[in-house]
Design a protein around this ligand. Structure first.
Ligand code: ADP
Ligand code: MG
Length: 272
């Protein structure tokens, strides 16, 4: 994780918001993700209206915003599941918006994605769910795969549930398995869509702890979409608020908490 001193200073909409922090680089590597001027419209509905974001190598960015502001869409654009109408998405310096499918698939392997509802394959066991990306993208033997799956599930405290079906798991357990699957190919980038939504506070804190542990052990660059201010405070180096199609404000949790910007103040009061 980045030291919060390295993070962006608070920037308010209309006064130069959305610019990358100066120091998002680490160990000489460029930023993990650079998004520029992203636009996405569905029919007549403008969802993203020129979003700019940078996530440094090893940095965790939390994206906050009301329901329907395009947070999930943003993640889907980054992972190439949807295409922006215009704008640029650089993943470790490589532009993905105009890359061919093959190139996008290669980049996709470097990105672990936890969907908003975990999106496990219902007809596959826990073990088979986590093995899926390994089966598809590696040449591991069955026994190597089995070992790796056990290791991944142990990392999220689910090593004793190998043969369960997703419907037999609680919401928190499904998210743990989703996280193990997202980590299967050792991604350098992790995109987590509402990892604690719908979970009780204790399970939410356990998921936060898990994410922190992963960050420490693996030094991945992450975007975590969340409604959960406690979670954002715990896991994020920097927070961005999405509002009406734009990243309207960014800073550390403490900076946003102190902000007298009306929208930010309301957001923090309402959700905390
Ligand atoms: N595939 C789609 N087709 C049409 N509209 C969509 C699609 N995906 C998302 N939207 C719309 O885009 C808006 C933002 O959605 P979403 O990113 O899921 O919001 P959230 O910030 O809650 O994650 C919503 O109004 C949603 O209905
Ligand atoms: Mg969403």
């Amino acid at each position: 994780m980045m030291n919060s001193n390295q993070s962006a200073t608070l920037q308010v909409a209309g006064s130069g918001a959305n610019h990358a922090p100066e120091n998002t680089e680490r160990n000489g590597a460029g930023p993990a993700m650079v998004l520029r001027g992203l636009h996405k419209t569905f029919e007549a509905q403008v969802v993203l209206n020129g979003v700019d974001l940078t996530v440094g190598s090893g940095e965790t960015l939390a994206v906050l915003g009301r329901s329907g502001t395009g947070k999930s869409v943003l993640l889907k654009l980054i992972v190439g599941l949807q295409k922006p109408d215009s704008g640029s998405i650089l993943i470790h310096g490589q532009e993905i918006t105009n890359s061919n499918l093959e190139a996008v698939n290669e980049i996709r392997k470097t990105i672990g994605f936890l969907f908003q509802n975990a999106a496990l394959y219902d007809s596959l066991t826990v073990e088979e769910n986590v093995a899926f990306p390994l089966r598809r993208h590696t040449k591991m033997s069955a026994s190597e795969r089995a070992d790796r799956v056990k290791e991944l599930l142990a990392g999220v405290g689910m090593e004793n549930e190998l043969n369960k079906m997703p419907t037999e798991l609680s919401g928190g357990m499904q998210k743990r398995v989703g996280l193990a699957r997202a980590l299967a190919l050792e991604p350098g980038i992790l995109l987590l869509d509402e990892p604690t939504a719908g979970l009780d506070p204790i399970t939410s804190r356990e998921i936060d702890e898990l994410i922190l542990k992963l960050q420490e052990e693996r030094d991945v660059a992450s975007i975590v979409v969340t409604h959960d201010l406690h979670s954002a405070k715990t896991i994020a180096d920097r927070i961005v608020l999405l509002h009406e199609g734009n990243a309207v404000i960014e800073g550390t949790f403490e900076e946003l908490e102190r902000s007298d910007d009306k929208f930010v103040a309301e957001f923090f009061k309402r959700d905390s």
